[in-house]
Design a protein around this ligand. Sequence first.
Ligand SMILES: Nc1ncnc2c1ncn2[C@@H]1O[C@H](COP(=O)(O)OP(=O)(O)OP(=O)(O)O)[C@@H](O)[C@H]1O
Ligand SMILES: [Mg+2]
Length: 476
Amino acid sequence: MSSFYNERTVERTAIALSELLDGHPVATFVIDVDHVITHWNKACEHLLGWGTHEMVGTRQHWQAFYTKPRPLLADLIVDNIDPATDRNFRDKYKPSSLIDGAYEEEDFFPNLGAAGHWLQSTAAPLRGNDGKLVGAIQSLRDVTERRVAENALRRAHDNLEQTVRQRTAQLAEDIRQRQSAEEELRRRNIELTELNETLSRTQQQLVQSDKLASIGQLAAGVAHEINNPIGYIFSNFGTLQSYLDSLFCMLDAYQEAEAAIVDPVVAARLRAMRDQVELGFLRTDIPTLMQESKEGIVRVRHIVQDLKDFSRVDSQQEWVWADLRHGIDSTLNIVSNEIKYKADVVREYGEIPDIECLPLQINQVAMNLLVNAAHAIGSMRGRIEIRTGCDGEQVWFSVSDNGSGIAPDNLGRIFDPFFTTKEVGKGTGLGLSLSYGIVQKHHGRIEVESVLGQGTTFRVTLPKKRPPNEQKEATS
Ligand SMILES: Nc1ncnc2c1ncn2[C@@H]1O[C@H](COP(=O)(O)OP(=O)(O)OP(=O)(O)O)[C@@H](O)[C@H]1O
Ligand SMILES: [Mg+2]
């Protein structure tokens, strides 16, 4: 252990308060209970610019800080006044966390130096050995640099916040503009989609009328070409029938006269010839053949008539009053080849009045529905039922089949152009969309009911008359 610590007694030298304070680098002054300055250290002189000899013994400590007399923190302590009750200190002081009854304060003093100074003060009571208040001590630290830096920092911070606010507002505006641009785009897109749909509907109608026109022309051409030869075959057939009747009468007469032939050679030759040509058979078979041929020709004439009805080239795009049942019948004949090997067709026609329509186009609808029904029927022979009926101002026809049915997922799409479940080459997927367009043009509706695996019914309902405004358009 060093001798320093070994000393039993240490010589104690009392250090006078003024020496202590003068040696202390923090500006400090002391006042007594009468507010008279007792100490004003060197650091105080240096910081505040007032000398010790000017201040000690006076009550002028205020003048180092202010232009007019007013109490400092030390004065408040001496007078036992709570700074909270003094408007000069109320918002600036805080009690010291270290010393009971001491206060701290930070303030700007504009009269100090050239541009003023920020000072942090601490004032504490001084008590004698008996605990009685003998004065107050106040020390001051120049915190200008820190405050300036803090202020600069605050300003920078405020600027930054201002910039952030501006940017945020700008960003919000940008987002708003972008949203409205997106909204505008979406709107345009919807407009375009609608336009596109209108365009594709128009195109379908064009395709449709083109298709109808060419089918109609072809049908009309074929019908016209066949009509003439069938006409004379039919009339010749009538003549032929009467010639044959005469010939058979003549033969009967010859047969009766046969018994009178005396020459046995001639008689034998006649008999042999009759056996050879099988005259008995010919007599029964020729009328049968004639009857069958006649039926055939009647059917051909019928088909030709149907072709002409179906095409109606002469009144192709004209609204006329027509019986739906005739249109359906002629269409059935046209598509019979598609249907007859697959299904029995049952017609249950209810009474219906003529309606104002474009018959060629309605035939086209019936044809699509009939062919679809036939296609829906599988390998087993099926059944197609066609019904007509009348409901107030509306007339309807329906086509039902007991075929495959339509899957619920597909039900919403069957009227879409090009939607088909058929293999390539068998379906274009246009039939129902064209039919839909035609029915709409007639201000009617087309409805479907289907059970998968059991069958489907399409029902087309049409008004008896066109709306009056459309009729005016047509006549003007
Ligand atoms: N009666 C029906 N039974 C079952 N499915 C049907 C029936 N009618 C229509 N469909 C379904 O609706 C689809 C669309 O029919 P649509 O008539 O529009 O076209 P498509 O018959 O396939 O071809 P297209 O008629 O152009 O030759 C069909 O592919 C089929 O899947
Ligand atoms: Mg079809």
